[in-house]
Design a protein around this ligand. Structure first.
Ligand code: PXL
Length: 286
């Protein structure tokens, strides 16, 4: 019998720009995990830097695919959602989660970055994303998304450890047992991915070296590798460290080549690192 894990990945497929399903497939596959795509939308490019995007909304497809999976008795070890194209897709993600009761529920509440919302997200869709977060086991917002979920202004200044812990705990109080926030600048001068495991009341930080460029899709790569690590049995800090180390490597590789930021990171050059056996121990307690 195969012990391969199978993930229902409810995300968009963007043709150019290396984000969402385009990076979730290769990263999880290299980790030995099967990705079953449930596309929320088809886009010519992602929505950040290529002008007038062609977007085909797949809202009606999702419940039909779910019915088929149920009737064919196809199961999933994880339901993992990301970029959504409509409010109804929140309901469809919740139906997916309800239908596979033993599946790990991972919600990457993709809504914005750098203090700004993505252009396809309005107030109503952001509010409904809160419902999905409440149903999740694990969430992986960046600081922009964490601020939207908590209805707080985006912090332009570094955060103290106390403020970071409070933010993590407030997000966990909405439902998810595990909260990971990416790209947090701390008052002690580090940039970190931070995590909270409410079951063990444990807080973690994984620092990394910042590069003065932002590449779309790195949040998707981070969440995907984190999810893969947890499904393979990693502890939260080890999974966070694996995901952080790979993102740092991919960002530095891309920066070193001077490749255009809007096309995302040069994943094709970096994937072999994910397949290597390594120990990921650079985390610390927050
Ligand atoms: O990486 C996040 C993301 C996912 N999907 C689409 C996006 C973005 C960010 O810009 O536009 C379509």
């Amino acid at each position: 019998m195969s012990d391969l894990k199978r993930v229902a990945a409810i995300h968009d497929l963007s043709g150019v720009g290396r984000c969402s399903l385009s990076v979730i497939f290769p990263t999880l596959s290299v980790m030995g995990i099967q990705v079953c795509a449930v596309p929320t939308a088809l886009l010519s490019t992602h929505t950040n830097g290529f002008g007038d995007v062609v977007l085909k909304d797949m809202t009606d497809y999702i419940p039909e695919a779910l019915r088929h999976y149920i009737s064919a008795e196809i199961g999933f070890d994880c339901v993992y959602s990301g970029f959504l194209a409509s409010q109804e897709q929140v309901s469809h993600c919740l139906e997916f989660m309800d239908s596979f009761k033993n599946a790990l529920r991972v919600v990457d509440p993709v809504m914005g970055d750098g203090g700004k919302r993505y252009r396809t997200y309005d107030d109503a869709l952001c509010r409904r994303m809160g419902e999905l977060v409440a149903a999740a086991d694990i969430i992986t917002p960046n600081l922009t998304e964490a601020s939207i979920l908590l209805d707080m202004p985006y912090p332009n200044a570094p955060l103290t450890v106390g403020e970071i812990k409070k933010t993590l705990v407030k997000l966990s109080a909405k439902g998810p047992k595990t909260v990971v926030i990416t790209s947090v600048v701390t008052a002690d001068g580090e940039i970190c991915n931070v995590g909270y495991d409410s079951e063990h009341n444990a807080f973690w930080r994984v620092p990394y070296e910042a590069i003065p460029k932002s590449y779309p899709g790195t949040g998707d790569i981070f969440a995907s590798i984190l999810t893969g690590g947890i499904l393979l049995g990693d502890s939260l800090p080890i999974a966070m460290t694996r995901a952080t180390a790979f993102c740092e490597y991919a960002i530095k590789t891309t920066f070193g080549y001077g490749a255009p930021a809007r096309e995302g990171v040069m994943l094709e050059k970096c994937l072999p690192m994910l397949a290597e056996k390594q120990s990921f121990t650079e985390y610390r307690q927050l």
